[in-house]
Design a protein around this ligand. Structure first.
Ligand code: SF4
Ligand code: MG
Length: 308
């Protein structure tokens, strides 16, 4: 998949919100890409835009090419028929809490199959996918309140995979789970990836991302300010925000107290022109008041005047 100049804007309380601003990146088949950043930076909006699941008043422009298909140019019905859930699906943030309490797990799988006009054997498809996420058929007769958080998250992952998509977008797939369950879910995602799934993981947790992705994009105030191979970005970060973000992760062998990044990201309602990290950047210069250039790095790009 390649995303080029993706822009998402919507009106909130009569104000224009610039949620995603000219985002570009690519993800090859069977590759994993992480999108990292603080909450409110536009990560989730970005994921929803790929699946064309944004609120109705969202204005989207740019290009998303998936398997040679320009998916933003498709009609809604064409997208639903060919792409949504069948080629690209999504593990929505907090979805495990939105399982319907009045229906059994089985019934909720059946609803998805019906909604997407699945013609094959429902029971077989459900059993297969349930076992691929490490659950047994006995869970199907249960109601959501009868199973643990970790099991619910596996159910959500199974639901996203039931139509055998090539790519899944996972929005904070381990957030709100306790540490042991987080680790189990990561093991599961890695296994699915090994079996051929491409995964875009959206997370504020750089530790989680480092376990699974090959490439990573660092998002700040609606923009991807740095993108590249995981090892390059982690070992040799270029953008001052990436450096600050990595620096804020406590390391076991360090006794020095970390100094968290001061200040807050700019509002997406009326973001400043020029570099959006300007107010918080220790290297800010006069020219940073103009939009920073996109500079090629060894495996991706960085948007910053320091390198021009
Ligand atoms: Fe800092 Fe300037 Fe780079 Fe922005 S463009 S991150 S203000 S050095
Ligand atoms: Mg989010």
């Amino acid at each position: 998949m390649s995303v080029k100049d993706l822009v998402v804007q919507y009106i909130n309380n009569e104000k224009l919100v610039h949620a995603v601003d000219h985002v570009s990146f690519s993800c090859k088949e069977n590759e994993s890409v992480g999108i990292a950043g603080e909450s409110g930076c536009g990560k989730s909006t970005f994921g929803l835009a790929i699946l064309r699941s944004l609120q109705k008043n969202a204005m989207v422009s740019g290009q998303i090419i998936f398997n040679d298909m320009p998916i933003l140019d498709m009609t809604d019905s064409e997208f639903s028929e060919k792409i949504r859930w069948k080629q690209i699906s999504m593990i929505f943030q907090g979805a495990m809490n939105s399982l319907d309490p009045v229906f059994t797990i089985k019934k909720q799988f059946e609803e998805i199959l019906k909604k997407h006009n699945f013609n094959g054997d429902h029971q077989k498809a459900i059993s297969e996918i349930i076992s691929s996420v490490g659950l047994s058929d006995s869970i199907l007769a249960k109601y959501p309140h009868e199973i643990s958080g970790g099991m619910k998250q596996r159910v959500i992952i199974a639901m996203a995979l039931i139509l055998k998509p090539k790519m899944v977008i996972a929005d904070e797939p381990t957030t709100a789970l306790d540490v042991l369950v987080q680790a189990q879910i990561m093991v599961l995602l890695k296994k699915l990836k090994k079996d051929g799934l491409s995964i875009v993981i959206i997370s504020h947790d750089l530790g989680i991302l480092s376990e699974i992705v090959e490439k990573i994009g660092i998002m700040y105030a609606g923009q991807i300010v740095e993108f590249g191979n995981l090892a390059d970005v982690y070992n040799n970060p270029q953008h001052p925000y990436t450096i600050a973000l990595l620096d804020s992760i406590p390391k076991i062998d360090e006794s020095v107290q970390k100094t968290p990044l001061k200040g807050n990201p700019p509002s997406l309602i009326d973001p400043p022109s020029g570099c959006r990290f300007y107010d918080r950047c220790p290297h800010a210069m006069e020219k940073c008041k103009k939009d920073p250039p996109k500079i090629e790095t060894s495996s991706g790009f960085v948007m910053c005047w320091l390198y021009s």
